[in-house]
Design a protein around this ligand. Structure first.
Ligand code: PMP
Length: 459
């Protein structure tokens, strides 16, 4: 049971001492401190004010097996008693680390047979940045150091993560990107291709990658990196054929293909990985979040045997972290994957709750605020517009309609995220059909309530 916290005092101390992630500190002060989440079970989180909220975001796109898994607690405690920490710097490794690497290699399959560990998704992409450039140097093509990414991609908050990412607001803080990252258009049909044929639009977005490769010079391009479906950018699902075209372009110019599966990994799209759902084969995969269902921080890169063979020619790869392959995190991740296998959560998403979410979202079509609903597996989005049948946004509220609807949803007992003029959802993979019905009903009610608010914001 939750402890008896003094919530008012915690909020006061939050404002006084705690700097939250990706947040406006003044705003948190103005609202008197953050919402305090005290405990959780299954698909529900509970806050200090006594609210029980359906967690439509699985924490932060991560609690795939849901909250309250006792066996993850036990396996962590067992591992902590036996060996709470050891490193992988000293020609040493721990049993859970080796077993987890083996398990991940079996899930990625094919050429992705080697696994490097980090603590976060951002670190995984820092590893990509350094490993890829090092690889090309060793291969005798040192000029190949340019990464191509997409505008509005999210690859993390470290220097390499922000640089690889395509968030202009993040680039503006810290004088980023670092040199050697090129951004091209994203395959966001609703926002940027509306009215055109979606498949052709996807091909045009892939062609933009080829054009940039030619502009930069193929001999200078190291890798293309992308999320199979963009998450933090607004759950942007590329049109069919996009990834096949991207893969063909990468092959044509001998460029490495990196899939950032930090959100799309571990059953989210109905297969273990999003690239399996979308039908392409990367050379490196970044993964985190669902790897441990967020119970402990851990991330990984699955790397092709071909890349590893080249790395073997270079002596020490002087890269890695104190917590690379942390035994407690690895033990929890391993058990988390075992739970997902035992309960066939990827299959459940593919055959049952994923298609059910797609159908349920359609109930929102026809609402005066809804421009489009879309989903892949248990990753969904609702586009908020001023005129149904168009992609016209609310004039005075442009870029803010998502947060307005999100606030109504939270008030009505559903945690979703508002991204510009979209709300997105990513519930735990254990969600029941009846809970999906609840989600959709709350969104519908919240859209009704948002309508007069958006009207009032519009001039
Ligand atoms: N890549 C993607 C695709 C992500 O969604 C995220 C986090 N939302 C990251 C990288 C960064 O992960 P972390 O916050 O664990 O550093």
């Amino acid at each position: 049971m939750p402890r008896n916290y003094d919530i008012a005092e915690l909020k006061r101390l939050d404002v006084a001492h705690h700097l939250p992630a990706q947040q406006d500190y003044k705003l948190i002060e103005d609202i008197g401190g953050s919402r305090i989440i005290t405990h959780a079970d299954g698909c529900y989180i509970h806050d200090g004010d006594g609210n029980r909220i359906l967690d439509g975001m699985a924490g932060l796109w991560c609690v795939n097996v849901g909250y309250g898994r006792e066996e993850l607690v036990e396996v962590a405690a067992e591992q902590m008693r036996e060996l709470p920490f050891y490193n992988t710097f000293f020609k040493t490794v721990t049993p859970p680390t080796v077993m987890l690497a083996t398990k991940i290699a079996s899930l990625t399959g094919g050429k992705l047979q080697h696994v490097f560990f980090n603590a976060s998704g951002s670190e995984a992409n820092d590893t990509v940045f350094r490993m890829v450039r090092h690889y090309w140097k060793l291969k005798g093509e040192p000029k190949r150091n340019v990464f191509i990414s997409r505008w509005n991609a999210y690859h993390g908050s470290t220097v390499a993560g922000v640089s690889l990412g395509g968030m202009k607001g993040m680039h503006a803080q810290g004088d980023l990107p670092v040199p050697g990252v090129e951004h091209v258009r994203q395959p966001y049909w609703f926002g940027e291709g509306f009215g055109s044929d979606p498949v052709q639009f996807g091909q045009d977005c892939a062609a933009a990658i080829e054009e940039r490769i030619l502009a930069v010079g193929p001999e200078n391009v190291a890798a293309f990196i992308g999320e199979p479906a963009q998450g933090a950018g607004g759950v942007i699902i590329p049109p069919p054929g996009y990834w096949q075209a991207v893969q063909a372009i990468c092959h044509k110019y001998g460029i490495l293909l990196v899939a950032d599966e930090v959100i799309t990994g571990f059953g989210r799209t109905g297969e273990w990985f999003g690239h399996q759902t979308l039908g392409f084969t990367p050379d490196i995969v970044s993964m985190a979040k669902g790897l441990s269902s967020g119970y402990l921080p851990i991330s990984a890169n699955a790397v092709s045997s071909e890349i590893v063979e080249v790395l073997k020619t270079g002596g020490d790869f002087v890269h890695g972290f104190t917590y690379s392959g942390h035994p407690v995190c690895a033990a929890v991740a391993l058990r988390n994957i075992e739970i997902m296998e035992r309960e066939d959560l990827p299959g459940r998403v593919r055959d049952d709750v994923g298609p059910y979410l797609a159908e349920a979202l359609k109930r929102l079509n026809g609402h005066p605020l809804v421009g489009e609903t879309r989903s892949i597996g248990l990753l969904g989005a609702v586009e908020i517009v001023a005129q149904p049948g168009t992609n016209t946004r609310w004039g005075g509220a442009e870029g803010n309609a998502g947060p307005v609807v999100r606030d109504r949803c939270i008030e009505n007992g559903l945690m979703v995220r508002g991204i510009r003029d979209t709300i997105v959802m990513c519930p735990p993979l254990i969600i029941e059909r009846s809970q999906i019905d609840d989600m959709i009903a709350i969104i519908a009610k919240s859209l009704d309530e948002a309508l007069p608010i958006l009207r009032a914001m519009t001039f």
